[in-house]
Design a protein around this ligand. Structure first.
Ligand code: BES
Ligand code: ZN
Ligand code: ZN
Length: 500
């Protein structure tokens, strides 16, 4: 979808299919809308009075325009309480109108940003966020539809935001567009089926970031065996595809400056292995590479906007398959750290992959911090549902920064505890640890506890994104499917606290 900004004065005479006006809960028309209302014999005012329209955010009312207007329709979009229009709310506002525009078959639309009193952000910033939200919502993953009926195809191709001094919105929007590029890359990777995205092809996708100046190195099984990565390799040994470790570096900060590190679980398909999962719903496990997908998309966003910071992204890529060479429940593997692990359940594989990826990252890069992302446990969905990711960590400051950034971006996190009582749960009778707890209690915490044994004293946060990486329903800025959750959060974390 194409996005442009134009001056209000020019927008009045545009011949777009739809012209959108914002209306608050006071149900007052903006100056321009009020002028049109006069010409239309009070049709806009009438639409506000009749029906269910209260001006709440997300609501729309449709009006037939006066003959003086070239647009085919007028839409009134509720913006709710202006005081609550923060950046995330503005994005949601832009996103929420997109499905309405597609419903009426609009190819082009202009959102008039005028007469909104009491905005907490500048007008250009508000316009850029509305546009960003619309763009994020316009995402589609429909490449495998070969015969979609015309009436199911989205019609909207061009979204314009009109404001006084439109030029000033272009720069903030260009920056947001780079972030959206990262989000869309993640959504694409997560949405692809596992016969297309496997460890080898996902590594190839990451290699494409070289074009943006990212250094990308891919380690294969031989190299990983040399490094002693027995935990990661054990998971992939039942697969016909070679396991990979992708190491991406963006050097936008000063030379020698300590990098930030992001590490992702990239299980391109999780059958459970020999501890095989039930057939029902197993197809969802194509997005078990969601953590790696976010790390790759984040690197794209950071490189795209030339972030002034050094960042390392590491993705552990494996396919967890049963088979003649698969690892068995009860196997003992030795991780790169030297610690041994009794694999009691081959379906608790993400932590095995991360154990080696985390150790490798802290040992090689001595980063300022590590944030890992993983669709790690079903238990986190039981605990938090699909609106927040679980956060665990050994560093209060980093945890707090992520919490605040979550509130700001709308990609929210909720912290859960770590501690000795949980840690004991993963002691093994015959090895240094086992890969599942002694019972089913606190499954997300014992998983995080396992990861903590591979980070030493590096400030570290683990985000369990099993509930947020995929969505079964549309939200304002995220169409159902792969969400790209985390790219915007982590980009903002970097930009707000660690850049420059
Ligand atoms: N990939 C799954 C976790 C998951 C479940 C992600 C649902 C997204 C949606 C993970 O590898 C897994 O299978 N975890 C097990 C752990 C158990 C064996 C201790 C789980 O959550 O059941
Ligand atoms: Zn699993
Ligand atoms: Zn998994």
């Amino acid at each position: 979808m194409k996005i442009t900004f134009t001056d209000i004065s020019a927008a009045k005479n545009k011949s777009d299919d739809v012209m959108i006006f914002a209306v608050g809960e006071d149900k007052k028309l903006s100056p321009l809308a009020a002028a049109l209302d006069k010409q239309a014999g009070g049709a806009l005012g009438k639409a506000l009075k009749s029906g269910k329209f209260t001006g709440k955010r997300g609501q729309v009312a449709r009006v037939t325009p006066p003959s003086s207007v070239k647009a085919e329709r007028i839409m009134l979009a509720g913006i709710g309480d202006v005081k609550k229009l923060d950046l995330a709310a503005l994005e949601n506002l832009g996103g929420a109108v997109v499905p309405h525009l597609n419903t009426v078959g609009a190819k082009s639309a202009t959102f008039m940003v005028e007469g909104i009193k009491g905005l907490a952000v500048s007008l250009p910033e508000a316009a850029a966020r509305i546009a960003h939200g619309a763009y994020l919502r316009s995402y589609r993953f429909d490449k495998y539809h070969t015969k979609m009926p015309a009436d199911e195809k989205p019609t909207l191709q061009h979204f314009t935001v009109a404001l006084a001094g439109a030029k000033a919105a272009e720069k903030p929007f260009a920056e947001l567009q780079k972030i959206a590029d990262g989000v869309f890359f993640t959504r694409d990777l997560v949405s692809e089926p596992a016969n297309i995205i496997n460890p080898e092809t996902l590594a190839k996708e990451a290699l494409k970031l070289k074009a943006l100046g990212v250094e990308v190195e891919v380690l294969g099984e031989k190299e990983m065996a040399k490094l002693g990565m027995g935990a990661l390799l054990g998971v992939g040994q039942g697969s016909a595809k070679e396991s990979q470790l992708v190491v991406m570096r963006w050097n936008g900060g000063g030379k020698g400056k300590q990098p930030l590190a992001f590490v992702g679980k990239g299980v391109t398909f999780d059958t459970g292995g020999i501890s095989i999962k039930p057939a029902n719903g197993m197809e969802e496990m194509k997005w078990d590479m969601g953590g790696a997908g976010v790390v790759i998309g984040l690197m794209k966003a950071l490189a795209g906007r030339k972030a002034k910071v050094n960042v390392v992204g590491v993705a552990g890529l494996v396919e967890n398959m049963p088979g003649g060479n698969a690892q068995r429940p009860g196997d003992v593997v030795t991780s790169m750290s030297g610690q041994t692990i009794e694999v009691l359940n081959t379906d608790a594989e993400g932590r095995l992959v991360l154990a080696d990826a985390l150790w490798y990252t802290q040992k090689n890069f001595k980063p300022k911090f590590i944030v890992d992302l993983a669709t790690l446990t079903g238990a986190i969905i039981v605990a938090l549902g699909t609106s927040r990711a679980g956060l665990f960590g050994n560093d209060d400051k980093l945890a707090e920064q992520l919490f605040k950034t979550g509130q700001k971006t709308g990609e929210e996190v909720w912290r859960l505890p770590l501690g000795d009582v949980y840690d004991k749960q993963i002691n093994s009778d015959i090895a240094d640890m086992q890969n599942i707890g002694k019972d089913r209690e606190a499954g997300s915490i014992t998983a995080a506890q396992f990861l903590q044994r591979f980070v030493n004293n590096t400030p570290w946060v683990h985000l369990d994104i099993a509930g947020v990486a995929w969505s079964k329903k549309d939200t304002d800025i995220v169409p159902k499917g792969g969400t790209g959750w985390g790219v915007r959060l982590l980009n903002e974390l970097v930009s707000e606290y660690y850049e420059g």
